[in-house]
Structure formats: structure tokens, C-alpha cells
Write a protein that binds this ligand. Structure first.
Ligand SMILES: Cc1ncc(COP(=O)(O)O)c(C=O)c1O
Length: 375
């Protein structure tokens, strides 16, 4: 009997273009550049900033590095506070903690799963230096309200767009509306360089600072003028990023098509809240996340187990909010975030990636329906 293969939650799509680009870098022998500004990196930055619509883009070697470097560029450090959602990948809060500042967790909108602007406003103190809205699962946060709050309080906005390449908010791309924005190019993301990240901005001072921070705070060779790190992107990664970026619109089109099919076929499962896409938002469909209305964690975990047993890679992003991790609770105190805590017990995500074929989408739907029928 042929074995059934798991339909993965995400899939890295590498074609001949990426292979040729990587080979060309390998043949050139120039795999890195000591300032971090090699030919491929500079070209990748130029094309990426054009795609987003910002003046600058500075490539680094992970999304976490992008967030940390952006916060350092603002000068965030000890005694400062940065408002973040707790319902996100740990890197968002980790980058804040790495600067010595305190991550202040704000609750989410339970429909969109993104940080709730009213909760952001309520969390502002005289120590708040920045807000990091996370565009979770590929849906942008409410950037109008967040940028207005930030302006009123003279606070910087750093978008965490790690999951949102190509997402839109009333015609602006993710990465355009914050003072700085951070992307990840990890293998599972909407486009990849293997490992990698980038900071986009219209602010030349922030761009210069991030460029310096990615290379040990150097202003010129062996002249460090501030604290930095080795956050340089390799030439190999940048070369792979270029064809990936050119393919991104097609990837997004396929993600949208797959999401539409999942929507149509799952809408009759009354236990499920399907993803909500508010008017004016363009979803980038990193994953297709559903909520089991009224469920507890055990019930949700059971459904996910049954789906996985039938070879569909359903995943829980994220089973535990960051404010409940002991590292964060012990250092930054306990917070109550009821909407976040309920959501972490009820959501699970399904594959929606571009390489899904029609029969695989049908299989995902049947497996999910079966998992509910045997409830
Ligand atoms: C929301 C979010 N922020 C930050 C990151 C960190 O990116 P990276 O894994 O490239 O360091 C990720 C990546 O998984 C993410 O999903």
C-alpha cells in the first residue's frame, strides 16, 4: 500500500532560479562582505524596499535580529517599556528583553488575533518608547489606530511583519506604515532566504543605525561607535531572496486562492470561527487559523491530534502566551490577558501554502470535517 504523506503546514518552494543564483555566488567565491553590504545584499535591499514602498531596507540574518536591531536603533534600553502582544512568537518579546527594556503585554482583538489598539493605549506609561504590532498569521494590525496613538504619545511603531510579506492595509503594504518594520525570511515564511530578515523604513537615521548595528556598531572598519552585533546577511541568502521576492506575488495569489477554497468548504462547520478579514485589509495567508468556539484546550488538542493522525499537519500557533512563560513572568510580573488566554486554548492552524493541490485541499477539508464528526 502506498504510504500517505503528511501535508505540511508550510513548504519552502525553491526553483531553478534560486539554485542558479546560489551557484553563481558560490562560483564567485564572495560569500560574505565585511561591512554586510555585498553586491547581492545591496541589490536585494533595493528590490525589497521598492516592493514595500519605503526609501530604505537593511537586510540582516534573521527576523529576531531585525527586531533587536530596530529597537537598538531607537535607543530602547534599560528602564524603557515596549508594548507588545503576548499572542505571538516569542521573538517579538525576546527582542525587547534583549535590549534590557521591559515588554509590556497588551491583549488582542479576539476576531483578528492582532493587538487591540484600545489595550495599547491603556498600557502606555511615561516609560513607553515603542509599540510592536504583530501582523499575525498574515493579517495586519489596525495600523491607523496604532500609528495615531503612537503619534499622540511620541512613541515609535515597529511593525513585526515576520508573517506578513505582501499583506495590505487600505492599500499600504505591511512594512510601510511603521517607523520601522521587521520581516523574517525563515524557511517557513511567505518568502525565504533560509534564515534572514530585513528592516524597512523611510527614516535615514534609523536605516543608518541598523546598518551600523548589524556590523558591530561600526561607522567604518574597526571603528565601533555603538553597541551592535553580527547581524549581517550572507551573500548566499540575499541571492536566494531575489528570485523569491520576484515570485512572492504569485505565491500570494495561490495562498489567497487556497484560503478561498478552505473558506467555502469549511464554513458549514458550526463549531468553527473562520478567519476574519476586515474591510480594507489584504490578508497574506501565512497560515489558515480557525477557532473552536467555546472549546477548552483539551477538546481543541484532541481535534488537532485527530487531524494530524490523518496526515494533515495542523499546528497550534501558539499554545502558551508569552506572558505566562516563567522567564517573562518572573522578570516582568504577571499580567492578565483574558482574550489572549482564551484564544491560545481554542485556535489551530491549517496549511494554505502555494504548493497545495486541489486534491490536497479536499483532503484537508475532509479530515477536518471527520475530526469534528467523531467529536
Ligand atoms: C511573529 C514573528 N516575529 C518574529 C519572528 C522571528 O523571525 P526569525 O525566526 O527569522 O528570527 C518570527 C519567526 O518565526 C515570527 O513569526
Amino acid at each position: 500500500m502506498p504510504s500517505i504523506e503528511m501535508i505540511p503546514i508550510n513548504k519552502t518552494l525553491i526553483g531553478e532560479e534560486e539554485i542558479r543564483a546560489a551557484l553563481s555566488v558560490l562560483r564567485s567565491g564572495k560569500l560574505t562582505d565585511k561591512s554586510g553590504s555585498g553586491t547581492n545584499v545591496v541589490q536585494f535591499e533595493r528590490v525589497f524596499s521598492k516592493y514595500i514602498g519605503t526609501k530604505y531596507a537593511v537586510a540582516v540574518n534573521s527576523g529576531t535580529a531585525a527586531l533587536h536591531a530596530a529597537l537598538l536603533a531607537v535607543g530602547v534600553g534599560k528602564d524603557d517599556e515596549v508594548i507588545v502582544p503576548s499572542f505571538t512568537f516569542v521573538a517579538t518579546a525576546e527582542a525587547v528583553a534583549l535590549t534590557g527594556a521591559r515588554p509590556v503585554f497588551a491583549d488582542i482583538n479576539p476576531q483578528t488575533y492582532c493587538i487591540d489598539p484600545e489595550e495599547v493605549e491603556a498600557a502606555i506609561t511615561s516609560r513607553t518608547r515603542a509599540i510592536i504590532p504583530v501582523h499575525l498569521y498574515g493579517l495586519m494590525s489596525d495600523m491607523d489606530k496604532i500609528t495615531k496613538i503612537a503619534r499622540d504619545h511620541s512613541i515609535v511603531v515597529i511593525e513585526d511583519a515576520a508573517q506578513a510579506h505582501g499583506a495590505e492595509f487600505h492599500g499600504s503594504k505591511a512594512g510601510k506604515l511603521g517607523d520601522m518594520s521587521c520581516f523574517s525570511f525563515y524557511g517557513s515564511k511567505n518568502m525565504t532566504t533560509g534564515e534572514g530578515g530585513i528592516v524597512t523604513t523611510d527614516n535615514s537615521e534609523f536605516a543608518d543605525a541598523v546598518r551600523s548595528i548589524r556590523n558591530h556598531g561600526e561607522a567604518e572598519e574597526y571603528q565601533s561607535i555603538m553597541i551592535g552585533h553580527n547581524y549581517r546577511m550572507s551573500e548566499l541568502a540575499a541571492a536566494i531572496g531575489l528570485p523569491q521576492l520576484l515570485k512572492l506575488p504569485k505565491f500570494l495569489e495561490a495562498r489567497r486562492r487556497n484560503a478561498g477554497a478552505l473558506f467555502n468548504m469549511l464554513e458549514d462547520i458550526s463549531e468553527l470561527q473562520l478567519p476574519v478579514v476586515p474591510e480594507g485589509f489584504g490578508h497574506a495567508w501565512y497560515v489558515f487559523t480557525v477557532r473552536m468556539k467555546g472549546a477548552n484546550a483539551a477538546k481543541r488538542n484532541n481535534v488537532v491530534k485527530r487531524i494530524r493522525e490523518r496526515f494533515v499537519d495542523a499546528k497550534i500557533y501558539y499554545p502558551k502566551p508569552i506572558h505566562l512563560f516563567s522567564y517573562y513572568r518572573d522578570r516582568f510580573g504577571s499580567t492578565k490577558l483574558p482574550k489572549t488566554e482564551t484564544t491560545t486554548k481554542q485556535v489551530f492552524s491549517l496549511p494554505v501554502h502555494p504548493s497545495l493541490r486541489e486534491n490536497e485541499i479536499n483532503r484537508i477539508v475532509n479530515v477536518v470535517k471527520n475530526a469534528f464528526q467523531s467529536e
